[in-house]
Design a binder for this molecule. Structure first.
Ligand code: COA
Length: 393
C-alpha cells in the first residue's frame, strides 16, 4: 500500500496528489539526481513521463498499484469562465473615415465587422473583470487561488507582469503569478502550463487568462494590420478533476518568427550608440495565412489522437479568431461542418491571446455547452507558435 502521508511531507501537499506524485516531489526536492538520471528514475518508480499527460493518465488508471482512489487528480477541467471587451466599439465604417480602407475590403478579406479598443482602460483592468466573472461562476474565492497564469504580449508594464498586477488587484495573496508570451497561442500555453501544475498535485485552484490591448502596439498608419486587431480579456478557472483536459498538442517554429514581429522598444545604448527604437506590429499576412491553414488542422488532429477522440465526436472547435477564411479552411481540411466553429471575430476582431477565452465564455454563457461535451480549443500566431487542447466540458 502506498503511504497515506509520507513523513515530513505536509498533508496539505498530499491532499490532491497521488502518492507517486508526492514521492516524486520529495525525491526532486530532497534527493536531486543529475538531470540525465531523473527521467530514468521517474520511469522506474512512476512509469510516468511528466511531458505526456495521456501516458500519465493511462498509468494512473491502468497500472498503478493499487488503483487510484476516487477523487485523485488525473487531469483538470474548466469550472468557470469570464470575459471583458474593451469599452469602445469601432466599426469598419469608422475606420474607413480615418484611413484608406472600407467595410467591404475588411469584411470580405477577414469576416471582421467591428472590434473593441481601449481608451483609458488597461490590460489588467480587462483581465480583472474577466477574472471576477470566472471566479464567481466557479465559486472560487480569490484568496483560494494558488496560481495565476496570464497569456499576453501587451501587459501594462514589462515588469511587474500582468499576472502579478492581477494578483494584487484580486487580493489573491497566496497565488504564484506569471505571464506567458506566446502571442495568439498564449491562452493555450497558459492552460497547458496550469494543467501541468494541477496534474502534479501542486495546486487545486488556478486562474488562466488571455488578455490584450493590441491597439497600443499597432502601427495606425499601416492599414494592412491595424484593421485586424481588437482588445479584450477572457478568463477560465481550472481545477483538478477526473475528467476534463483529454489531449494536447503544442509547438513553435522560431525560424518563421519574423512573419509576425513587434520589436517593441530598443533603448539608446551607450555601448553600441544605436538609435532608440519604439516599434509596432509588422506582419507578412500571406505567410501567416499559409502557416495557419496547414499547421492548425495538423495540430488539432494530433491533439485529437492524443485524446483518443474523433473529430466527428467534437461538439465545438473554438479557434483563435484571426480570420474567417482561415477558420473555414481548417473546417474543410478536418472534414468538419463549419457550424461546429463558433465565430467571435465578427464583433471582436483578432484579440491574440484573448480570442479563445472570450469566445469560450460567450458560448458557455449562451448555454451552448453541456456537461460531457467534447470541445477543441486551438490557438496560433506569433512565434510562430500553436497549441490545441481537447477537453470534456
Ligand atoms: N483596406 C483596403 N485595402 C487594403 C487593406 C485595407 N485595410 N490592407 C491591405 N490592402 C490592400 C493592399 O495594399 C493591396 O493592395 P495592392 O494590391 O494595390 O497592392 C491589397 O489590399 C491586397 O493586399 P494583400 O496583403 O495581398 O491582401 P490579402 O488578400 O493577403 O489579405 C490579410 C490580407 C491580412 C487579410 C490576409 O493576408 C490574412 O488574413 N492573413 C492572415 C493574417 C492573420 O490572420 N494574422 C494574425 C494571425 S494570429
Amino acid at each position: 500500500m502506498p503511504p497515506t502521508a509520507a513523513k515530513g511531507v505536509a498533508d496539505e501537499n498530499l491532499r490532491f496528489s497521488s502518492w507517486k506524485f508526492a514521492q516524486g516531489r520529495e525525491f526532486l526536492t530532497n534527493k536531486m539526481l543529475p538531470i540525465g538520471q531523473q527521467e530514468e528514475w521517474r520511469m522506474k518508480t512512476c512509469g510516468f513521463h511528466p511531458g505526456n499527460s495521456r501516458k500519465g493518465r493511462e498509468f494512473l488508471t491502468n497500472k498503478m498499484p493499487p488503483p487510484a482512489a476516487k477523487g485523485e487528480v488525473m487531469t483538470s477541467r474548466i469550472t468557470g469562465t469570464g470575459s471583458c471587451l474593451a469599452g469602445t466599439c469601432v466599426t469598419n465604417d469608422w475606420l474607413s473615415g480615418i484611413m484608406d480602407t472600407s467595410d467591404e475590403w475588411i469584411r470580405t478579406r477577414t469576416g471582421i465587422r467591428e472590434r473593441h479598443l481601449v481608451k483609458e482602460e488597461t490590460t489588467t483592468d480587462m483581465a480583472y473583470e474577466a477574472a471576477v466573472q470566472a471566479l464567481e461562476q466557479a465559486s472560487v474565492a480569490a484568496e483560494d487561488l494558488e496560481l495565476i497564469v496570464v497569456g499576453t504580449v501587451t501587459a501594462d508594464h514589462v515588469t511587474p507582469s500582468a499576472a502579478c498586477e492581477l494578483q494584487a488587484r484580486l487580493g489573491a495573496d497566496r497565488a504564484m503569478a506569471f505571464d506567458i508570451n506566446a502571442a495568439c497561442s498564449g491562452f493555450l500555453f497558459a492552460i497547458q502550463t496550469a494543467d501541468a501544475f494541477l496534474q502534479a498535485g501542486r495546486f487545486k485552484n488556478a486562474l488562466v487568462i488571455g488578455a490584450e490591448s493590441l491597439s497600443r502596439i499597432m502601427d495606425w498608419s499601416d492599414r494592412s494590420t491595424c484593421v485586424l486587431f481588437g482588445d479584450g480579456a477572457g478568463a477560465a478557472v481550472l481545477q483538478p478533476a477526473e475528467t476534463g483536459i483529454l489531449g494536447y498538442d503544442q509547438g513553435c517554429d522560431g525560424k518563421k518568427g519574423s512573419a509576425l514581429l513587434c520589436v517593441n522598444r530598443k533603448n539608446h545604448n551607450p555601448l553600441t550608440d544605436e538609435e532608440q527604437i519604439v516599434d509596432y506590429v509588422h506582419m507578412d499576412g500571406q505567410e501567416v495565412y499559409r502557416f495557419a491553414v496547414t499547421t492548425v488542422p495538423a495540430s488539432i488532429q494530433k491533439a485529437l489522437a492524443d485524446a483518443g477522440v474523433k473529430a466527428e465526436d467534437v461538439k465545438y472547435f473554438v479557434l483563435h479568431q484571426a480570420n474567417l477564411r482561415i477558420i473555414q479552411s481548417v473546417a474543410k481540411r478536418l472534414h468538419v461542418p463549419e457550424e461546429k466553429f463558433p465565430i467571435g471575430l465578427d464583433h471582436c476582431g483578432n484579440m491574440s491571446a484573448a480570442s479563445v477565452p472570450v469566445l469560450l465564455d460567450e458560448i458557455n454563457r449562451k448555454g451552448m455547452l453541456e456537461k460531457g461535451d467534447k470541445i477543441v480549443l486551438s490557438g496560433f500566431g506569433g512565434g510562430l507558435s500553436w497549441g490545441s487542447i481537447v477537453m470534456e466540458w
